[in-house]
Design a binder for this molecule. Sequence first.
Ligand code: PRP
Ligand code: URA
Length: 212
Amino acid sequence: MKDFSNVFVFNHPLIKHKIAILRDKRTGMKEFRELIEEITTIMTYESMRDVELTPVQVETPLEVTTQYKVSDDSIAIVPILRAGLGMVNGVHRVFPTAKVGHIGMYRNEETLQPQEYYCKLPEGIENKTVFLVDPMLATGGSACDALDALKKRGCKKIKFMAIIGAPEGVERVAKAHPGVSVYVSTLDRALNENGYIVPGLGDAGDRLFGTK
Ligand code: PRP
Ligand code: URA
């Protein structure tokens, strides 16, 4: 895949370790859910490096000092339902006051086209930094449609985080949304004939929620 200035692939040893366990088909629902959350926390920490800080006056036991904080109302998390729900707590661990919006998308298994079925976003989302989250970035259709939906509602600063990306999907999102920072913790080889990421981890939603 060619390089895109808005794409960040983590390749961190700790993330690699956790992803190896996540991929394993013997990993059960509880551990899978915990790993998704832990990986998201590490990704959030890294992807918040350029987040805006506001100066505040803090009184220590010794003196008043100017310090810098992320404003409580400046961050929103938007999971793409349903697998994105598994990443929400991971962002909340780093930034617990973030409001949460939801965008419902499912992929038609035959056409692989995403269908939007739900959208509810926090008030004032247009002025927040939005973390759009979904563990899987396969063809990129769901992410592109969710990003269009957020932009249509006025969002200007958006970060998209996926745990596993396929080169096709990452490239599609990076090209269609050059102003969006795309974070993937690992880039996999390809998509198979059914639109699944390989080697991948299977169906993220099913493994998170115990469905088939
Ligand atoms: C999965 C995944 C993404 C989408 C990725 O969701 O969580 O949303 O597929 O595929 P794409 O990049 O080709 O659009 P799915 O549609 O299976 O819905 P679910 O989360 O309800 O399982
Ligand atoms: N959605 C998933 O859950 N897994 C894939 O590999 C592709 C799309």
